[in-house]
Design a protein around this ligand. Sequence first.
Ligand SMILES: [Zn+2]
Length: 299
Amino acid sequence: MLPFAVTELGLLEGYQSQSKRVMSSIYRTLLTLLIAAGACSYLPVYAKKISPPPIVTPAEWGSNPHPIPDDKKQIPQWITIHHAGELWHYGEDPAEFVRRMQIWGQNRPKLEKPPRDTYWPDLPYHFLIAPDGRIFQGRPVTYEPESNTKYPLNGNIGVEMMGDFNVQRPSMEQLSACVALTAWLLQEHKIAVDKVRTHQDVAPGQTDCPGKDFYRYIKDGQFKLWVLRAKKGQKLNIVEGDALPDGPTKSINDPSTAKVPAPPAPLMPNSTPNLDLPKATPPTALQDSNSVTSPTSKP
Ligand SMILES: [Zn+2]
């Protein structure tokens, strides 16, 4: 009986160890599947790249940049946000605004008095956002920006929103474009969100740029939350705040800011036709970092 019992026990043990091996194999398979599933659920978060927002290229808006010296080359490390600091008039053409700004920068030595007479071969900013949300590409991000205020320029990507946010409110289109652009720039240049700041943060006491109605979203941290959502490819979910008690009430897209059309010029005999040549007059838009009229209104 004993051999049988041993044999039987042996068989039983055999079954038990085989059963253990099967179970262990199932556990291993399950564990592998769980790890794979876990990894897969995280993969899209890390691997997903957001697409660039639509950008009007320099060729498309008719840029005519001059060469920028090599000693102005940079590796982007910061995103610095501005407003133009000039009232935007409803109906203005943003492409014309950008072209005029470029021509003015190139002619500063002839047009401006020291210390504002420095030559700017290309736009002082890297991106400019129109009230309708269109993003215009300015100088290449591989070159530092320009400014009339004093702060370390090297490493900054300058993003400017057209308008004066001390007297008019940014449009939702502008806010959305600024968030989407900032998120994409952070991704492309591997910059952390805490490296997003505004002109007044980096040049305190020299400017109130980018205006109180935009700066509020920097102060309360909302802008960075919007950017983080955008960077993850989530819905933007931007909520415009109420008008500030001491701030502007009208949107930049309010038609009441339209320039009153000039009355038609009287027809003069032998008058010179208007050739629509680019004017070398400074766009007041360069109020940002350039205003000398009033230190309090200096953006
Ligand atoms: Zn500024």
